[in-house]
Design a protein. Structure first.
Length: 99
């Protein structure tokens, strides 16, 4: 998506969007790999924060006309689903651990 952004955004919004997108699965994996439920939940919450961060950055891109609203709407559906799954997993793990 960011390949079509202006060259001047290469080290700005482009990098931020890519880092946020990579951060989501990376934090899920790191938390799981820690082997402790509390750590896993903490990293899942960080991943969820990255979902919100990515959504905000994409909204900026739409406002700056770097990204079409229709394309954003498609991505937004995936972000919303990711957030719902993360929230459900967090709730489930918190209930199971009694926190």
């Amino acid at each position: 998506m960011t390949e079509a952004f202006p060259a001047g955004e290469r080290f700005g919004l482009t990098v931020q969007i890519r880092r946020s997108a990579v951060s989501i699965p990376s934090n899920i994996a790191e938390g799981y790999g820690r082997g402790a439920t509390l750590d896993y939940v903490r990293f899942l919450k960080i991943a969820r924060g990255s979902v919100y961060e990515l959504d905000t950055q994409l909204l900026f891109a739409v406002e700056m006309k770097y990204f079409e609203e229709a394309a954003y709407a498609e991505v937004k559906g995936s972000l919303d689903e990711t957030e719902r799954v993360l929230a459900g997993l967090i709730r489930s793990l918190e209930r199971a651990s009694g926190t």
